[in-house]
Design a protein around this ligand. Sequence first.
Ligand code: CA
Ligand code: CA
Ligand code: CA
Ligand code: CA
Ligand code: CA
Ligand code: CA
Length: 361
Amino acid sequence: MKKLPFLSLLFIILGCNHKPQDQIDNPSTTNTELPTVFAAFETEPVSANPDDDAADDPAFWYNAEQPMLSLIIGSDKKLGIDLYNLQGKRLMTYEVGRINNVDIRQNVLGGIDLVGGTHRTKVSMDFWTVNKSDMTLQAAGSIATDLQDVYGFCLYEDPNTKECFAFVNSKTGAIDQWKLEYESGTIVGTKVRTLQLAGQVEGMVADDAHRTLYVGLEDGGVFRFKAGATDPVEAQFIAGSDSSNTEIVYDIEGLTIYATGSASGYLIASSQGNNTYAVFDREGMNEYIGSFGIVDSLVDAVQETDGIHATNFALGDAFPNGIFICQDGFNFDDDKHLAQNFKVVDWRLIAARIEAMGGKK
Ligand code: CA
Ligand code: CA
Ligand code: CA
Ligand code: CA
Ligand code: CA
Ligand code: CA
């Protein structure tokens, strides 16, 4: 049933071959031997110089009443946090400092939509709530960590107890888990345990339904931990997530989950060294399914992605199965090099690629 629209999209890809661009100035995605998709739109560039590594990690706020008015939340690790609409227009900039990674959980801790991020200058986790009436962020406190530095960040809600946690990591490989509480407009926290990987980590995502935390070891692959506060601290390596898989080239960067059901779906990792995204089964042993890249089409190809975020919420006719959001390390408009930004892909294109790879629906 979905074959025909996909074929017409494929035609758009094949039919939109731009003139060859300067390979030095504008790096096109090179891994054309792997399956490819293209972005539907891109956000406005962050407020940085084109050569600055500034945009980093996205999150997504779902507007249940008006899905097309949902928000892309993007960290600018030199400046703060930007909010974008689903046309890519920047709506707000919060100059709150060097926010590296951001994550969100909606309707937690008694009904708030909680955004959190790592603040590298303060070595803290900073929090905001989404004010649903005007879609702005409201500061909700900051928790100082005792880590050497803060880098990766994600949120986790225990599906049974509804307790909410933050995971924060340091470049040393230490990952602290904090239990969060919301008290008169402020997030407060208690550190409950420390996990450890042997090397530089950053990208993390919690799969709430599976009570699992995934962590990317930048030069070692993806590891999984049980996410409960009193669970064993042992890490399990995900087979096929390291460089023994020739379709993965370090660094491993952002991680995200795309749900196709309450338990099913995909774990996706940014394979920064070959400008692709590695897809794993969300269930079982997280079997590797395949990888894809994002090539030039309506907007430019995507390279050296840091953070990624996928959502399965239906967003109007344009994105009935949700979107995949990723940072682009080299943002070009034709031959003009602009500051970094975020690209957004119609999930249906990725789903078609995964289906062609033999992955589960
Ligand atoms: Ca980067
Ligand atoms: Ca994120
Ligand atoms: Ca990194
Ligand atoms: Ca690009
Ligand atoms: Ca990063
Ligand atoms: Ca562009």
